[in-house]
Ligand binder design. Structure first.
Ligand SMILES: *Cc1c(COP(=O)(O)O)cnc(C)c1O
Length: 398
């Protein structure tokens, strides 16, 4: 059985999306900037997709700029804002748990001389809002806080945070890549200036995303040298990707309510099943997206669990990056203060509308044996079967 539970990394392209893109690969190759009727036809398709994406955010079409994905949209939002301010403000704020496509940009800006504040989170993954509020000064150029975290699924109170930033005259950006498609987003109600989304996280194609830019927000383009996207992003449009993203957005609008309920029931069933069947298990993060379960298995290596799950056809991901021999737990779990022995054994299961009840049963049935086997050989559980300094090895109830 193949069970795909890594939807926060990427999602299956919906069959309806593939169908919508098909003719654009094949016959509809015109350039939307061309004056002839062929170009005009493509221009209409791009315009329709822009309407569909705008509708997903309750925004207007002229506030949507297509980009090559979430990473570019984040770069554009943050660097474009500072560029437009020409160094008048020198302070920038983000959180300790952002996606690398925001975190990396802020660290780069700090090296260039900007003063950086990074808002901490508590053990539940919740932001320190008092710290955030006190950090914003008249010198603060931009505040960037993700809507929902990709590793834990923790949702931040974006309306409250946006109001805080706006009240103090800062530009507010949110990386909503994980929120879009899972939570309702309404730009009429929340005073966000800039918002990032990515198609491949909501059953659209890869290599296409969008930045919402509220009317009146000053931004210098990242990619210069063409009139496309209202002069905000040069280069011939990724028409096929744009059409696919539009269709994906439309599907989200059609299904969001019922889907959220079904997916969250499946996620809860998985969570309950693992907590019941395995000992030494802790769930990371409170108040989460309906599809995400980040769960730690004490004393064992997340990477090893992943390999054994993979052997069974189950795709998930882990919270520790086993890169170049160093076993560094993720910056998100570290920021939450999750102890070493738990952070190392963390697994992220992320579901989608394509998962079934049977698939969840399959995971719950197979997990206890994996956990037992790995604890038997765990170096953290003490040598020669004796209890280690971490205490007695917890076992799984099968
Ligand atoms: C995946 C992701 C991104 C990056 O989007 P791409 O389209 O892959 O560049 C940014 N932020 C978050 C929270 C993500 O999950």
């Amino acid at each position: 059985m193949n069970v795909y539970l890594d939807n926060n990394a990427t999602t299956m392209t919906a069959p309806e999306v593939v169908a919508a893109m098909q003719s654009h690969w094949a016959e509809l190759y015109g350039n939307p900037s061309s004056v002839h009727h062929f170009g005009g036809q493509i221009r209409k398709d791009v315009a329709r997709a822009r309407e569909q994406v705008a509708r997903l955010l309750c925004a207007s079409a002229d506030e949507i700029v297509f980009t090559s994905g979430g990473s570019e949209a984040n770069n554009q939002a943050i660097r474009g804002t500072l560029d437009a301010m020409a160094g008048r403000k020198r302070h920038i704020i983000t959180t300790r748990v952002e996606h690398p496509a925001v975190r990396g940009v802020f660290h780069h800006l700090e090296k260039q001389g900007y003063r950086l504040s990074e808002v901490p989170v508590n053990r539940n993954g919740e932001l320190d809002l008092a710290y955030l509020e006190q950090s914003i000064t008249p010198d603060t150029a931009i505040v960037s806080v993700m809507w929902a975290n990709n590793e834990t699924g923790v949702i931040f109170p974006i309306e409250q945070i946006a109001n805080m930033a706006k009240a103090r005259g800062a530009v507010f950006h949110t990386d909503a890549v994980q929120a879009a498609g899972k939570l309702p987003i309404d730009m009429r109600k929340i005073p966000v200036d800039l918002l990032t989304i990515s198609a491949h996280k909501l059953h659209g194609p890869k290599g296409i995303g969008a930045l919402y830019i509220r009317k009146g927000t000053k931004l210098t383009p990242l990619i210069i040298g063409g009139h496309q996207e209202g002069g905000k992003r040069a280069g011939t449009e990724n028409v096929t990707g744009i059409v696919g993203m539009g269709r994906a957005a439309e599907l989200v609008i059609e299904h969001l309510g019922e889907e959220t309920e079904r997916v969250s029931k499946l996620r809860d069933k998985l969570e309950k099943g693992l907590l019941e069947k395995c000992k030494g298990v802790v769930v990371n993060g409170k108040h989460r997206l309906p599809n995400t379960l980040n769960i730690s298995f004490e004393f064992i290596e997340g990477e090893s669990i992943l390999i054994m799950l993979d052997d069974l056809g189950i795709s998930a991901s882990s919270g520790s990056a086993c890169t170049s021999g160093s076993l560094e737990p993720s910056h998100v779990l570290r920021a939450m203060g999750i102890p070493f022995t738990l952070a190392h054994g963390s697994i992220r299961f992320s579901l989608s509308r394509y998962n079934s009840d049977k698939e969840i049963d399959y995971v719950v049935e197979n997990m206890p044996a994996i956990v037992d086997r790995l604890r038997e050989i765990s170096p953290f559980v003490g040598l020669n079967g004796s209890a280690s300094s971490f205490g007695a090895p917890p076992a799984c109830n099968t």
